[in-house]
Structures are given as C-alpha cells and as structure tokens.
Design a protein around this ligand. Structure first.
Ligand code: HEM
Length: 466
C-alpha cells in the first residue's frame, strides 16, 4: 500500500514558501532527494503550482505506460515551445503521433547502424588534435564531437560549417532555460532583455535551418541522412512535412541529439577517473577485444563491460534527470487525488539511487549489471530514456554513440582529473557538469595481452593471407 496523503504534507515544501522555489531553482536534485523521504507519492506546492512527486517504479509505470493520455508534457518543456515548436519533444496528441510515425523510420536499427562508422571516424579525428600531457575540458570536447556527429548524420557534411554557430546558440538557450523561475513565470513574449536575447538566438538558428531546408528542397536529391528522410517521407494521405515542421523537428533533434550524449560521456570520464579499478577493467577489455584497431559496430556485442560502464554511468548521472507531466483530467494515482492542471514529477536522479533497487547506490559499479539485473528490478527502477509512447526516439543511437566514443578514446587515452577543479552537476533541462570536467590527457600503453595465442593471432593471419 502506498503512503496515502489526503492533503499536501506539511514541511518545507508544503506551503507558499518563497524559498521552496529557490530550492527548485538552485538545488533541484537535493530538493527531490529530500522530498522522496516523505514517501513514494508526495504533494508539493511551489508558489501557486501544485505538483505530485511520484517516486516508486510501479507508479511511474502507471503514469508513463498505464495512462499516458491523462497527461501532457510538463510545464518547463511546454514553456519552451517557442524554441522547439511542434517538434517531437513538445508536441501532443494526434499531431505528435503522426510526426512520431514519420520520424521513426530514421531511427530504425539498420539506419542507425550505418552511422557507427561516422561516430568512430569523428572521435578519431578529435584524437588527432589531442596531445599527451595537455589539459582540456573534456565536456567541451564531447559537446563539439557529438554536435559534429549529429550534424553529419542529420544534415550531411554540407552544413558542418554552421554546426558550431548553431551549437553555441543552443548552448546559450539551454543555459537560459536552466532558470526554472524565469521559464515558468516570465512569458516568452515579454520584451525582457533575456527574452529578447532568446528571440535573437532562435531567429539566428532558424535562418540557418530554413536555408539548409531550402537548399535541400531545391536540389531534390536523397543524400541518405536524416533530413533527406524527413524531406521525402510521406504520410498515409500522401502529404509531406512543411518547412515549419522540418524546422521544429530538426531543432529538436539537434538539441536532444547532442547535449545529452555529450553530458553522459563527460560524466563517464569523470567516474572512470575516480574509479581506477573500473578504468583498468575497461582498458583490459578494450585491449583484449580490439587489439589496437578502432572499434566497429560488430564489436559492441563483444564489449560487455564497456556497455555496462555506459549503463552504470547513465544510472548515476542520467542526462534526463527528471520527467514532468501535467494532468489533463481528474483521476487518482494509488488513491492519491490528482486534479486537472496538477504537475507530475518523476526523477531518475532519485529512483536510480534508491537502495530498494540498487545496493550501495552511490558507488560506480558496472559489475552490478552482470547477470541481468534489469530483469530483477521493476521496469521503471532504471529509466534513463523514459518509457511508454514518449520514450526517447534516439535511445539506440545514443547508446551506440556513447559506447563507440568511449571505446575509441579510452583505447588511446587515460583522462586524469585536474586537482581542485570542481565537478558539480547543474540540473537544468538536462544534467550536465556546471563548470565542465577539466582533465589531463595521458597517452596510454596497451595492456599486456592475456595469452600468447591472442597476441600472435593477427600476425599469423596476415602471413596466411600473403
Ligand atoms: C544519453 C542520451 C539521451 C538520453 C539520456 C535521452 C533521454 C530522453 C528521455 C528521458 C526522453 C523522454 C522525455 C519525456 O518523456 O518527457 C527523450 C525523448 C526524446 N529524445 Fe532522447 N535522450 C538521449 C539521446 C537522444 C538522441 C541521440 C536523440 C536524437 C538523435 C534524442 C531524441 C529525442 C527525441 C526526439 C525525444 C522526444 C520523443 C517523443 O516524445 O516522441 N535523444 N530522450
């Protein structure tokens, strides 16, 4: 039986207390962690906004899979519709469903697999610019790399020159979006200095996107990238996407498709640097399986520990650290009355650290995923990509990209943390390192092969081939 509460609980988050908004704005992770102590379902009121915080996997499943039509996306995302328009992340109802069906083929396994080579190539190109002994902000490096990859896979090579400009504008929009108070309470049409800045950045991004779309329409060629697919795909009635729809979908994929993976990789580098035993096991697997050659798609199945490092990093530092919905009808969750207009919050950050599902949850232990842990815990005890109809469309893309980049870089370099550089999470729309992750690059030796037969195999094959 879930703890039932007939009214919002007393305590710091219960009433009209200004500082509770400060908590949401300044330390949302701590706020949600503390709220979970009240129970698996907790009411909170922030100024005049009523919310239910749901903290049990079965209840999260009820919201995301059981009755998804009872909800629309949360207030923060909805307040950002002037940025994302009617793109997949923010649209609703039949329009969203139609778009999801149109975009989905671009994310089918076979399509995604074709991108593996690009991902590895671009990671290798990044490494060509790295030197042992150098200090770098690896978060900046990952942002640039994942942006280049999403641009190449989305738009093809011809727009690489615009990528950095668009990336900078998106980064600024994300930074401004981190202020929940402004996002929720200052309408985007009000001519405040911040809103005017946001408007300018959006106009800039749009000018680039519309130019690319126009050029592509005029050329009429299928260039095999995502934009080509979106341009050519037809609905059942034969209609195609308008320029505005293409603008909304591409800006959404642009943002959703690089910031999250970059953050996930940055957290992974930081976790590895702090856990030398895990790092050593990762290096041993990469050396043993890859024997010094770059990773390829087929290697993914042969790199289980590397995969578990990614899974475990997404548990501790989920780039989508919380999901939000707004109820569109009165109903109950586990006997708790939910009124139309109330917000529902679910936090991966909290559930992924719950001792009921994860032993020693604060520890970075990729080994915990061995032996099918996923099958032994409730479906929504681990949900970095959400779930139900609104589950992340880029799930496989992201897992493949993070694993391949991790393998390519870790094969060559060990990243040592720079002492005294603070690595702290900033929970805005996504969870990223507030001050980046400064590291010292250290070229590494390949670890000694496990057995002589493994070490000589490539040479023998080469001789046979000759
Ligand atoms: C580690 C990387 C990623 C994480 C953790 C992540 C997480 C998520 C989550 C949790 C959602 C669901 C949001 C909700 O239910 O409110 C989502 C939706 C979405 N993601 Fe991702 N994502 C990642 C990478 C990507 C990539 C690489 C792409 C595209 C190339 C992408 C595109 C999208 C889109 C378009 C949606 C909206 C889907 C819909 O509502 O139909 N994501 N993502």
């Amino acid at each position: 039986m879930w703890p039932r509460r007939d009214k919002f609980p007393p305590g710091p988050y219960g009433g009209l207390k200004g500082w509770s908004f400060r908590a949401l704005n300044e330390s949302p992770l701590e706020m949600f962690t503390e709220l979970a102590r009240y129970g698996d379902i907790v009411g909170i009121r922030v100024v005049n906004l009523r919310n239910i915080f749901v903290n049990h996997p079965d209840l999260i499943e009820e919201v995301l899979i059981g009755h998804p039509r009872r909800y629309v996306k949360g207030r923060v995302l909805r307040a950002n519709r002037h940025v994302f328009g009617e793109g997949l992340l923010t649209s609703e109802g039949n329009f969203w469903l139609r778009q999801r069906r149109l975009v989905q083929p671009a994310f089918h396994r076979a399509q995604i697999d074709a991108y593996a080579e690009i991902m590895v190539q671009y990671a290798q190109r990044m490494l060509e610019g790295w030197r042992s002994g150098e200090e770098r902000d690896v978060h900046q490096e990952m942002m640039r790399l994942t942006l280049e990859i999403v641009v190449k896979t989305l738009f093809g090579a011809d727009v690489a020159r615009d990528a950095q400009d668009v990336g900078n504008s998106l980064a600024l929009l994300l930074e401004l979006g981190a202020n929940f108070r402004r996002t929720l309470f200052v309408p985007h049409w009000m001519p405040t200095p911040t809103n005017l800045r946001i408007k300018r950045e959006i106009a800039f991004i749009e000018s680039i996107l519309y130019r690319i779309i126009g050029e592509r329409r005029a050329a009429g060629r299928d260039t095999g990238d995502l934009l080509s697919m979106l341009l050519h795909v037809q609905d059942e009635d034969g209609s195609r996407m308008t320029d505005k729809q293409l603008r909304d979908e591409t800006i959404t994929l642009f943002l959703a498709g690089h910031e999250t993976t970059a953050s996930s990789l940055s957290w992974t580098w930081w976790l590895l640097a702090r856990n030398p035993a895990v790092e050593a096991k990762l290096h041993a697997e990469l050396d043993e399986v890859l024997l010094g050659r770059p990773p390829a798609l087929e290697d993914l199945a042969r790199l289980p520990y590397t995969g578990n490092v990614v899974t475990e990093s997404l548990r501790l530092y989920p780039p989508a650290w919380g999901l939000a919905r707004v109820a569109v009808e009165n109903h109950e969750i586990a006997g708790y009355p939910v009124k139309k207009g109330m917000g529902i919050a679910m936090a991966q950050w909290v559930v992924h650290r719950d001792t009921r599902w994860f032993e020693a949850p604060e520890e970075f232990r990729p080994e915990r995923w061995e032996g099918d842990l996923l099958k032994r815990i409730p479906r929504f005890a681990y949900f970095p990509f959400g779930g139900g109809p609104r589950q992340c469309i880029g799930n496989s893309f992201a897992l493949m990209e993070t694993t391949l980049i991790l393998a390519t870089v870790a094969q060559k370099y060990r990243l040592r943390p720079v002492p005294d550089h603070p690595v702290v999470p900033l929970a805005s729309i996504t969870l990223r390192p507030r001050y980046g992750v400064r590291v010292m690059l250290e070229l590494r030796e390949r670890s000694a092969p496990k057995s002589l037969s493994q070490a000589i195999r490539p040479t023998t094959q080469a001789m046979t081939a000759d």
